[in-house]
Structures are given as structure tokens and as C-alpha cells.
Design a protein around this ligand. Sequence first.
Ligand code: GLU
Length: 436
Amino acid sequence: MSEPAIKTEPQRIIGRDKDMFLAEENPFEAMMERFDHAAQLLNLDPGLYKVLRNPEKQIIVSVPIVRDNGDVEVYTGYRVLYNTSRGPAKGGIRFDLNVTLEEVKALAAWMTWKCALVNIPFGGAKGGVVCDPSAMSMTELERVTRRYTSGIIETLGPDSDVPAPDVNTNERVMAWIMDTYSMHHRHTVTAVVTGKPIEMGGSLGRREATGRGCMIVTREALARLGMSLKGARIAVQGFGNVGSVSADLMAREGATVVAVSDKSGGVYDPKGLDVADLLRWAGERRHLSAYAKAEHITNEQLLVVDCDVLIPAATENVITRKNAPNIKAKVICEGANGPTTAAADKVLEEKGIFVIPDILANAGGVTVSYFEWVQDRGGYFWDLETVNRRLESIMERSFHEVLGLVDKHKVSTRIACYMLAVDRVAAMHRLRGMYA
Ligand code: GLU
């Protein structure tokens, strides 16, 4: 087999405890628990409550391809549209062995709340193919991408469902999706997907947007605690797109990055790691376990190192009721989707840790996806300064709207996020009424 087509993101074995899985780690249940709490506080009427607990559409497709050695392999692909009342479904596509329908449903719901929370005109969706891209060649990856795209093509479209990158997918994969869709429609449709290469209608700043959003809300959270990014000690779990850009941008603001990890393990230096050197290392597709210039720690140890800000930027369910009591950070910025279990929420709240929940913390990515979609549809492209300024204003506004609800209702930041988001989706349903 030739060189793997894609460098895989940290897998979810990170910090995972097998015994806890059934009790605590069903991502859809985790999402529902927070939704129920918010719905109760909002006094959501029973009919709407029922509607919003169910995904609108769930698609399961078979993805057969011929492998480079001539064998036929069949993968399973999912696309879930959770809710499209506020606009076209929006959300990433992940290629990962751990993808399940339950997970994709949860991630699609989180996209719904995320888009509503930052008030962009999209519904929520997610997709995934159960596969291991690190064991595929570039041509195999292309075949999986195109076959999956053709399998879900009826749902796709700039006005109906707009994918983007997620775990183990990137702008190369988005380019294939755009091409497959456009070939079927007999004309070029750039706005069908976001996170594309700049040369084909991608937005400046999209690749860094999730990490930039994390930096902005972390800065605001630290300010609320009377601290600043300058001198703050940061630990980052996951050194993929979100984790590495967050570490880089925070270091540029004067923070000291004391620990980072990827799926192979972590590195730690209380005096501060050389982030530029680590970025180079990861850029050469080398694992951190082979990095010689710092002390080695496990992913589980990284979560509990002495730091001011912890950024779980890998995957779901890494902060559990088991390790939450030992976390020393003052702020947790959830770069990943669903890194904290509902049971761990309570522990973090009791400890007084300031949590910036996933649907706020990592919303920078979909916000610049929205900008990309607007630019593609308008056929007029913005400079980087405009993209970053508009991102900053949306992230800051959303952060302070959430804080307003925290202060008003005396709820956690997570429940405040859900209240704001669910209320916006519910308002749209009330205005539209029930089609029958
Ligand atoms: N996959 C990213 C997320 O979870 C981005 C989605 C998008 O840009 O549509 O937010």
C-alpha cells in the first residue's frame, strides 16, 4: 500500500475507560440530558419538546469500493439531518472506525444547537463513514468519498444540506465531494460544501477558524476570572486542526503551552513547550510519542496536569466522573464535540471550573463555514482581516449572551448555551407552525 492518504486525528481511546462506556458515554443520551434540563427551564411546550427530541432524517448507505489490490470492500455511511427549521442542514463528515448512528445523531443535534447559539441561518447535520483512513491509499479514500457522496446526493445541496470537514476529513475530501456533486448536477456548485481549498471557493481563515474561536472565547473566559491569556498555562489534548491551531494562537497571545498530546501520547514541560517546533513535528506526520525534547505523559495524565486552561480537542467522552475530580484547570475550553460526559458536568460545576461548552467553544469553524457559503453564493470573496473580524464579533457576542443567561438564571454555562440555542430553534418552529 502506498503512503496513507490522510493523517488520522487522535482516536477516541484517548482517556477512555471501558467500564464507563455503557453507563456514561452514549453521546445521544448525553446530549438529551442537557437538552431536557434546558427544555424544562424554558418551559418548552410538550409538542415542541417531542419534535425537538427526534432527528428529522437518518440516512444509512452502503459504500462499496474496489481496493487497490482488486478486492471489494463495503463500508457503512451515515448522514443525519437533525433539524432544518432555521435553514439548510450544516455539519461535518467524519471517517473513523468508531462512527455509529448514535454518535452521528448526537453530533447532528449538537450542530443544530451550535448554529442556533451563534445565530447563523443553518440547521444541524452530521455524517460519517465507518472506516480507517490511515489504512487507505489516496485513491481508495477518493473512491470512498465519491461513493458515499453519491449515496447521499439527494439530501445534499446549498439550500438543503452542506457538509464540511470533521475528524479525519480535510479540504482534499471536500474538493472530491464538491466535484462529485457538481458532475451529477452538470454544473459547478461550490456552495454545496465548506472547508474547501481556497482555490476552489474556500474561505480565507476557515482552516484556522475553530482554533481561533477557541482562543477568542478562552480569552473572554479568562477576563471574566480576572486573568489574561498572557502567562496563562495551557494544556491541549489532541494536536489535529483544532488543538494545534488553538495552541499556536494562544502561544502567540503570550500563553505558555505546558502540555499537548496526540493519539500516541503527550509531552509536558511546566516551563513551556516550543509550539512552533511541535507544529513542524506534527506537520511532518510524526507522532508526539517520538518527540525527544520534553517529558512524556499519557493522555489521561494530560487531563489532570497543573494548568490554567485545559483544551480537550480530540474526541467525545474524555472527561468523565472518574477523572473530573482531579482536573486542576480553572477554565475548560471544549474544542472537541462532546468531550465531557453529563455526569462529569456536575463534578466540574461543584469544583467551580469555568467550562466553555463545545457548542460555543468550537463554533468558530461553522461560523466561517457560513462565511464561506455566503461568499460562494455571492461570488464575492472577503479578505482575511474581514473574515477574522466578523468571526471575532460573532464569538464575542455569543459568549456574552451565554454569560447573560448564566447570571440571570443561575445555571451552568452549558445549560445556558442549550437554553439560548433551544429557545431560538423553538421560536422558529412556533413562527412556522406545523405543516400537515
Ligand atoms: N465539523 C465542524 C463542527 O463540528 C464544522 C462543521 C461545519 O463547518 O459545517 O463544528
